[in-house]
Design a protein around this ligand. Sequence first.
Ligand code: SAM
Length: 208
Amino acid sequence: MNATDAVRFWDEMHAARTAATDPQPNARLTETVTGLSPGDALDLGCGDGGDALWLAGQGWHVTAADISAVAVERLAALARSHGLGDRVTAGRHDLRTSFPHGEFDLICAHYLHTPFNLDRAAVLRSAAHALRPGGRLLVVDHGSAAPWSWNQDPDVRYPSPREVAADIDLDAATWTVERADAPRRIATGPDGRTAEVTDHVLLIRRTA
Ligand SMILES: C[S@@+](CC[C@H](N)C(=O)[O-])C[C@H]1O[C@@H](n2cnc3c(N)ncnc32)[C@H](O)[C@@H]1O
């Protein structure tokens, strides 16, 4: 599978879903960010943009990146229609080869999973380096598969947050792990079904 396959896969995945008019933020984002002073945020693999729009509504200036032009164009249009066009910059990046420029106070990567090769550790290491001192990197991964997930591979293994942190391999003199756990929650699928799922949550803070 090559780069074109990945772009096509994700464009088709997004295009197959009705464009959301009011996408909701992820629960781990809102619980982590509520109470933080707004600054510059970066959303890696922004999808339908619920996180980027929520952050912008909280006063953050958000750079949102996704491999899919469908996702990026939908988010840009939504941000304008929500009156948040000046706070959201949505751009197409294939994170295998392109990382957004800038320094950030918050970088989030929610469910950045793909069936194509992606050196996530390298992407997340780039993210950690793009943080300003005091900034946070929030990585939320699936710890289980929801019944509506595209990935129903019974052999799939979900690395623990500590394993993800070990893969990123950051210098403890500059970055510290603030949270690494596996909370459960009730998730709602695209068709309204609900199911209990596990998240793998890793929160890293740049201290220097
Ligand atoms: C499972 S979805 C999660 C979307 C969103 N963060 C959320 O929480 O709903 C994964 C997202 O990553 C994007 N993606 C996959 N591979 C990527 C890559 N190589 N570079 C950038 N984005 C990618 C997909 O288009 C998709 O929007």
